[in-house]
Design a protein around this ligand. Structure first.
Ligand SMILES: [Ca+2]
Ligand SMILES: [Ca+2]
Length: 415
C-alpha cells in the first residue's frame, strides 16, 4: 500500500540554524587498564559454508519462494555449538575523540560519514528525554556542532527516536525514527539537503516496529527492523529493501503483517531470552554481500544475492564466545574487515571476511570520560581512525552499569 507524501513536516527556521556549540577535545590521556583479553576466535568458515549450502533449500518455508530465507533451527543450533579455536590481536586502547555538549546530548547512537570528512551523529537522548532528540555534526577537525533538532513523531506525539542515519546518493539523508513503545509506528525519514544544510524532513517509509539501521547501496535503501515478532521463540526480526526510485515517488507504508510485506528480504531469528531483539547493524562488502548484526544473539549474518538482486543465501557468518552482542557494523574496504560494536561486552571486534572474530578493544564498567568504551553501539572508519559512539544507556546483561554524563565518542587508531 502506498500513499502520496502528504505529511511532510516543515522545519522551523530556528531548527534549521545549525549552531556551533562546543569545541572538541583532543586528548592523549591514558585510559584505565584494559581487562585481560580473551584470545579466542571462532573459525566459522567451515560451518558457515555448511549452512550456506543448505540455507536456501528450505522448500518447506513458503517464503523461500519469495526470496525470503532463514536458517532452520537445527542449522542455528549446530552453529551455536560449533567449536572455538584460539587466536587474537593485541588489544587497542581507545582514546577520547570528543565530549558531547552536556546541555544538548545525553545518549548518542548512530553515525554516518560525509564527503567532507565530517560525521553526523544521531542523538536520541533516551537517558534523559527532557533533552530533545537531535543530530550532531563532528567536523573533520573535531569541532562539535548541532546539526538539526528533530520533530516529534506525528502518529504517536512522542519524541523522534533517531537511530541509523545514512547518506543517499543524491546527498539527502535517511534516518530511522524508532518508536519502540508503539508497534508499527516507527519510520524512516528523509532529510532533504541543500548546500550541506538540512531543509526539510518527511517520512519515506512507515510501519516498522523498531526501525534501526539504514544503508544505501546500489540503488536501494536497506532498513533493519529489530523486532518483527518478539512474542514467539525464537524471536523474529528482519531486513527490508526499497528501491530509491520508488522512495522518490511516494511514502511507502508497510503491510501490517511485516512478515508478508514484499520489501522484506531476510528474516533473522534470535534465541537470546533476556532481550529478544535481532536485526540491527548493517554493512555491505566489496562483493555486495550484506551483513546483519543479530544484536543480542551476538551473531553476524550474511545475505548473498544473485545478479538480479534476488536473495540466494541468508547464513550465519560469524560468532564468538566473547562477542556478546552485535550492534553497529562497518565494512572497512581498505583493510577488508568488518568492525562490530558490542555493547554487552563493552568491546569492539574485528571480523575478517572468512568469519574469524578478533577482540580489538574492551573496557570495564567505565564513565567514558577518558575515551574508554562506555557501551559502544556504532563504529565508523575515517581514514586511520575507528570512531566509536558510546551510547551509555544501561540495560540488562551489559558491562556498563551506570549512565554517567557527559556523552562521549572514542577513537581507536588503525594501522
Ligand atoms: Ca557508563
Ligand atoms: Ca558516559
Amino acid at each position: 500500500m502506498v500513499n502520496r507524501s502528504s505529511h511532510l513536516l516543515e522545519f522551523s527556521k530556528g531548527i534549521l540554524q545549525a549552531a556551533v556549540l562546543s569545541v572538541l577535545v583532543v586528548t592523549t590521556g591514558c585510559s584505565r587498564p584494559t581487562p585481560e583479553a580473551k584470545r579466542e576466535v571462532l573459525s566459522t568458515r567451515e560451518t558457515a559454508e555448511r549452512v550456506s549450502a543448505t540455507a536456501i533449500s528450505s522448500s518447506d518455508d513458503p517464503r523461500a519462494a519469495e526470496g525470503v530465507t532463514k536458517l532452520r533451527p537445527e542449522q542455528a543450533e549446530e552453529l551455536r555449538q560449533s567449536p572455538m579455536e584460539t587466536i587474537g590481536p593485541a588489544l587497542k586502547k581507545p582514546r577520547l575523540l570528543v565530549t558531547l555538549p552536556q546541555d544538548l546530548c545525553n545518549t548518542p547512537d548512530a553515525m554516518c560519514l560525509l564527503p567532507d570528512g565530517s560525521v553526523l551523529l544521531s542523538v536520541p537522548n533516551f537517558n534523559d528525554p527532557s533533552q530533545p532528540p537531535r543530530i550532531m555534526r563532528i567536523t573533520r577537525d573535531n569541532q562539535v556542532e548541532s546539526f538539526l533538532e528533530l520533530p516529534d513523531n506525528p502518529h504517536t506525539g512522542q519524541p523522534f527516536g533517531p537511530m541509523g542515519i545514512c547518506l543517499a546518493p543524491n546527498g539527502d539523508l535517511f534516518i530511522a525514527d524508532n518508536q519502540r513503545d508503539h508497534t508499527g509506528k516507527s519510520r524512516v525519514c528523509r532529510i532533504r539537503m541543500d548546500n550541506g544544510l538540512p531543509v526539510e524532513i518527511g517520512p519515506a517509509v512507515e510501519g516498522f516496529n523498531i526501525a534501526n539501521a539504514v544503508l544505501c547501496h546500489d540503488g536501494y535503501l536497506y532498513v533493519s527492523d529489530t523486532k518483527i515478532d518478539a512474542g514467539r521463540y525464537p524471536a523474529l526480526s528482519g531486513v527490508f529493501r526499497f528501491p530509491l526510485k520508488e522512495l522518490e515517488q511516494a511514502v511507502i507504508v508497510l503491510a501490517e503483517d511485516l512478515l508478508h510485506d514484499p520489501h522484506l528480504i531476510a528474516v533473522i531469528e534470535t534465541y537470546d531470552k533476556t532481550s529478544p531483539l535481532g536485526a540491527d547493524g548493517l554493512c555491505v562488502d566489496d562483493q555486495g554481500n550484506l551483513y546483519v548484526g543479530n544484536v543480542f544473539d551476538g551473531t553476524i549474518h550474511r545475505i548473498r544475492f544473485d545478479e538480479q538482486g534476488k536473495v540466494v543465501a541468508n547464513e550465519l557468518f560469524a560468532k564468538a564466545e566473547f562477542m556478546k552482542s552485535a550492534d553497529g557494523l562497518f565494512y572497512d574496504s581498505v583493510r577488508k574487515v568488518i568492525y562490530v560494536a558490542d555493547p554487552r561486552a563493552n568491546a569492539i571486534h574485528r571480523v575478517s571476511l572468512d568469519g574469524q572474530v578478533e577482540l580489538l578493544a574492551q573496557n570495564g564498567d567505565t564513565d567514558g570520560h577518558d575515551g574508554s568504551l562506555d557501551m559502544p553501539v556504532e563504529v565508523l572508519v575515517r581514514g586511520n581512525e575507528l570512531i566509536v559512539s558510546n551510547m551509555d544507556w544501561p540495560m540488562p546483561g551489559c558491562i556498563n552499569s551506570t549512565f554517567d554524563p557527559p556523552a562521549t565518542l572514542s577513537v581507536i587508531e588503525l594501522e
